[in-house]
Design a protein around this ligand. Structure first.
Ligand code: C2O
Ligand code: CU
Length: 499
């Protein structure tokens, strides 16, 4: 089981309580930014690439001087980055050498249902005889062969996707322990723009964690004796927050840059923490963050921001220009929503002169535009806390917790639908299989950062939003859910059946 750190501070339920680390934490901006290794295919043919990954435990040095036990894809956290071309079939064989069942989901992938990582499609580890899914029957139904091959056609726009665990009821602790990695899709539209590439394109997975007195990851236990009716400890209820901000697995790292243009591919891989990112130079200026893409790839044209809000599972594709800064300048990537040390994310240090690259004025012209009048169905869906049948607290969709046996939304292949979503507290809502456009927020125009094709929409407290999509691609059983990972585990997930 996971160790319970007793030292969590009480905060309003909306934001959740933050676990407090019990070891000395490193100074900010002292650890170099790691870049996850790119996975090499084990085989390639004219139309596809095949990869193999082993899910296994390792002891990694996250905090200097401490060995932290992690669950990893191939021994590293974040997992190795996979690079795919649009339309080239990618096959990934996952072998499970962890002590628990796992499920792999490619977030943002247009994936046939059999490879989408349904939460009960378990990959069982050697000798597993415990409860892995909803019931023992699920365990028996799973292909108990220690490994599973996932197939991804990736016939979709260039985008930053990510793969992570999706086991029913246990997604949050599995991601917390390290089961997450980046998967890029590339295409010709993107190539034609000449965007910063190579070491000028930085994948940044931001995720908060907390550490116990032994330097192990702290995570609240789920123990009914601790809180009576809730059945879970309080930090768990609202979503788990840590007091250490990791970027690519390193605490508050530093990265050396030149005075050129950089492309930041940012993923919020946190279980529950929201950030609002800004880039503050040491002369007091905020550098513009030029958004060129969102969850599902490039925008039509760049959007300049002073800061960008990023909810769990969202991605931003940003350009940042260090060209007006002198060599020696420092730029802090800060979090306006943080307090104390969570107000820092990482630092860029300008160490040499670089080339000036212009920012393209237009980007992609292949964004789907769907018209509200074309919608075959308009649905209302409410994401709110409530009581489950047994009286325990749950995070519910239209009053119900997730049940793999209950069809929730049934959509017809090819149909355009409008979904009207409403939330009680912050809920980042994610749909599998399809990207969507945000039509409105709180009854008004979407916000500037809502541009482009999304797969996760961050609903703010009490807010409603309308999204529009077309259910094309594949028939089968998919999901939609809140991507606060603890909310998801506590029931805020539903079946999306495409027929
Ligand atoms: Cu990133 Cu269903 O998840
Ligand atoms: Cu939620």
């Amino acid at each position: 089981g996971l160790a319970l750190s007793a030292a969590w501070a009480r905060r309003p339920a909306e934001t959740g309580a933050e676990l407090r680390s019990e070891v000395p934490l490193p100074q900010a901006f002292s650890v170099p930014l790691p870049i996850p290794p790119v996975l090499a295919p084990v085989a390639s043919t004219a139309d596809g690439d095949r990869y193999e990954l082993v899910q296994r435990e390792v002891d990694a040095e996250i905090l200097p001087g401490f060995a932290t036990r992690l669950w990893t894809y191939d021994g590293v956290f974040p997992g190795p980055t996979i690079e795919s071309r649009r339309g080239r079939h990618t096959t990934v064989l996952h072998r499970n050498e962890l002590p628990v069942p796992t499920v792999v989901h490619l977030h943002g992938g247009r994936t046939p249902a059999a490879s989408d990582g349904y939460p009960t499609d378990l990959v069982l580890p050697d000798g597993w005889n415990g409860h892995g899914g909803h019931s023992m029957a699920d365990d028996r139904a799973a292909v108990a062969n220690l490994q599973r091959e996932y197939g991804f056609p990736l016939d979709q726009r260039a985008a930053m996707l990510w793969y992570h665990d999706h086991r029913m009821d246990f997604t949050a602790p599995a991601i917390w322990r390290g089961l997450a990695g980046i998967h890029f899709v590339r295409d010709d539209v993107e190539d034609a723009l000449g965007l910063p590439a190579g070491d000028r394109e930085l994948p940044l997975m931001i995720a908060d964690r907390a550490f116990d007195a032994d330097g192990q990851l702290a995570y609240p236990s789920v123990d009914p004796t601790l809180t009576g009716e809730h059945g879970v400890t309080e930090p768990y209820l609202a979503g788990v927050l840590g007091d250490v901000v990791l970027v690519n697995g390193a605490p508050w790292p530093v990265h050396e840059v030149d005075t050129g243009l950089y492309r930041l591919r940012i993923l919020n891989g946190s279980n529950a923490r929201h950030y609002e990112l800004e880039a503050l130079a040491d002369d007091g200026r905020a550098l513009p963050l030029v958004q060129i893409g969102s969850d599902q790839g490039l925008l039509a044209a760049p959007v300049r921001h002073r800061s960008v809000p990023i909810a769990p599972a969202e991605r931003y594709d940003l350009l940042i220009d260090f060209g007006d800064l002198p060599v020696g300048a420092e730029v802090r990537l800060a979090n306006r929503l943080g307090t104390g040390r969570t107000a820092d994310v990482m630092q860029f240090r300008v160490v040499r002169a670089g080339e000036r690259t212009p920012i393209p004025e237009t980007l992609a012209d292949d964004l789907p535009e769907w018209d509200r009048s074309a919608a075959a169905v308009v649905r209302d869906l409410a994401f709110r806390a409530g009581r489950m049948d047994d009286g325990r607290h749950g995070w519910l969709i239209d009053g119900l917790p997730f049940d793999p046996a209950r069809p929730d939304v049934t959509a017809r292949l090819g149909d355009i639908e409008v979904w009207r979503l409403v939330a009680d507290v912050h809920h980042p809502i994610h749909l599998h299989l399809v990207g969507f456009r945000i039509l409105s927020r709180g009854g008004a125009e979407p916000l500037p950062h809502d541009a482009g094709l999304k797969d996760t929409v961050a609903l703010r407290p009490g807010e409603s939003a309308e999204i529009i999509t077309r259910f094309d691609g594949y028939r089968g059983r998919y999901l939609f859910h809140c991507h606060n990972a603890e909310h998801e585990d506590m029931g805020m997930m539903a079946n999306l059946e495409i027929v």
